[in-house]
Design a protein around this ligand. Sequence first.
Ligand code: HEC
Ligand code: HEC
Length: 214
Amino acid sequence: MTSSKLTNYVLSRTLALLVLCWSVGANAAGDPEAGKLQAMVCAGCHGVDGATPVLPEYPNLAGQNEKYLYNQLAMFQSGTRDVPLMTAQLIGKSEQDLEDLAAFYASLPSKGGEATGTDEDLRRAQQIYKGGIIEKKVAACAACHGPGGVGNAQAGFPRINGQSVGYTIEQLTKYREGHRKSDEAFGGMMRGVAHGLTDGEIAILADYVRGLRP
Ligand code: HEC
Ligand code: HEC
């Protein structure tokens, strides 16, 4: 074997192993009780019930699906989702710790929210949510996040209903500007969706999805 062939071989084996670790890690079940013990410090920002954040723009975590939560925690830890504030919370935590934390927050009951927009804004947001914006190649949100905004637990697509409006606005803006790259494993699908959205469309969507009910 030449050295370049060998390098290719080693690379392909490493990639196969990485893919295997990713899927095993994302599927293994965490222990919510063990997660609860670690979550005391998290409650300082996300609230004891996981849905009463200290600042309105911090995210609700309660009832989010376990696979999504685990993937985000792993990506905060590795820096793929680049938020130093959250990375600092996860220093020294093992993969099992992250799985336990994900299982704990997934086990908490989700809290709904209310939309506050005008009828006209809610109508426009609903059109985008259900039908996308064809001329701007914005895909319908409902296709992946579900008609009631609960996401898809098996696929690891996040729940987006009942979420803080400020948080949703910030995330859609970060995807649009290419600052949030945690959708890499999904081929950059959220950056693709958010690319065509204006600030105004993001604002009415964030309000509308908060009020969605399953
Ligand atoms: C000092 C405040 C603070 C603490 C403490 C904290 N978080 Fe966070 N967390 C945040 C903020 C702010 C964000 C939003 C980051 C962003 O802008 O993307 C966040 C985001 C998250 C997300 C992503 C939510 C989503 O919908 O994608 C998860 C999961 C999370 N935190 C879990 C935890 C866990 C578990 C702990 C405890 C080990 C914790 N956090 C401690 C402030 C905090
Ligand atoms: C093709 C599937 C797909 C479509 C269509 C889609 N999303 Fe997403 N969305 C995802 C996936 C997958 C993620 C998680 C990606 C990641 O890990 O960063 C996500 C993440 C999000 C998040 C971040 C959630 C959080 O807790 O941080 C928001 C908000 C969101 N989507 C809103 C929308 C809106 C609004 C639309 C319609 C304009 C939409 N999505 C269309 C698949 C989709």
